[in-house]
Design a protein around this ligand. Structure first.
Ligand SMILES: [Zn+2]
Length: 297
């Protein structure tokens, strides 16, 4: 009997040890599974962050550039719409001579004559408008926008940085920018200095929060004595050229009415500043002067 009790005791101890080892084993297994789960979770979070849209993780210059490049590469081949009743053309073809017509100091009465011509030929252009004139001719600004023209900033009162200090100058830009945003629903980031951004200090230019557009060809339309002079200057432009014109000269409107149908038949394409930059792979940056937008590729 005593022997049986000893044996029973030994078995009980062994059972207890086995139970303990099993429990211990299960505990270790639990820890391992826990670690594995944690690792998987970290991997999932990491990959989700990598795919997270820019708006959630905040834009970076590098990611903006990468997106811009991707957008350029994904741009579909141009398609000319054949469906009747649609005037819409998808721009950008590599074999065309793409140029940007730009018009300063409007809108004025003659601006609508220019818009009639652009509407007729489905041509796009950029207007560097004055806030003071936009305020009086808000319908013309809205028409520009509706026709796909680029409405860009030329300050409120044709304020030159030569005669005003930086604060006064930027206040005039923002005053015009606010008004144009109210009229078009878009905030332009494109500016032409009154008189052009010529001979300014680089550190001053770099602080301007707009892409500053000069020109490749000055048509001098404001002092031309014949429309042919203006036509010849437009015809001389190469791909990526920015042409400097004005809203008000009647000869400018006459020159365009005559030469646009000809030039369109000669493989020219007329784009806004932003469209031309994009078509030629140029990212327009603030605080930078552009006097041409030719392709670097
Ligand atoms: Zn001007």
């Amino acid at each position: 009997m005593k022997q049986r009790l000893v044996l029973l005791n030994i078995y009980n101890k062994q059972d207890a040890r086995t139970n303990f080892e099993n429990k211990n084993g299960k505990k270790h297994l639990g820890i391992r599974v826990g670690i594995l789960l944690l690792l998987s979770l970290s991997l999932l979070i990491f990959s989700a962050c990598a795919k997270m849209p820019e708006s959630l993780i905040g834009p970076t210059n590098e990611s903006s550039k990468a997106n811009f490049q991707r957008e350029l590469q994904q741009k579909p081949e141009p398609v000319q719409s054949n469906s009747p009743g649609t005037a819409e053309t998808v721009h950008v073809t590599s074999d065309k001579i793409k140029i940007a017509l730009t018009f300063d100091d409007g809108p004025v009465e003659n601006t609508n004559r220019l818009l009639d011509c652009f509407e007729k030929y489905n041509v796009k252009a950029t207007f560097f408008v004055l806030g003071s004139k936009a305020e009086k001719n808000s319908d013309t600004i809205k028409r520009m926008d509706a026709l796909g023209m680029e409405v860009a900033n030329h300050t409120y009162n044709h304020t030159s940085l030569r005669f005003y200090n930086y604060q006064e100058f930027t206040a005039e830009i923002e005053r015009a920018g606010d008004l144009l945003e109210k009229l078009t629903g878009k905030r332009t980031t494109i500016l032409r200095f009154p008189g052009g951004a010529l001979n300014y200090r680089q550190d001053v230019i770099a602080r301007i929060p707009y892409s500053i557009i000069n020109w490749t060809i000055n048509t001098e339309d404001w002092k031309a004595n014949s429309k042919q002079v203006i036509i010849d200057r437009i015809r001389n432009s190469k791909d990526g050229a920015i042409l400097f014109l004005h809203d008000s000269p009647v000869l400018t409107a006459e020159a365009l009415e005559e030469c646009l149908p000809q030039l369109l038949g000669e493989n020219y394409e007329f784009l806004t500043i932003s469209e031309l930059a994009k078509a030629n792979g140029i990212m327009l940056l603030p605080g930078t002067i552009y006097d041409r937008l030719e392709s670097n590729r």
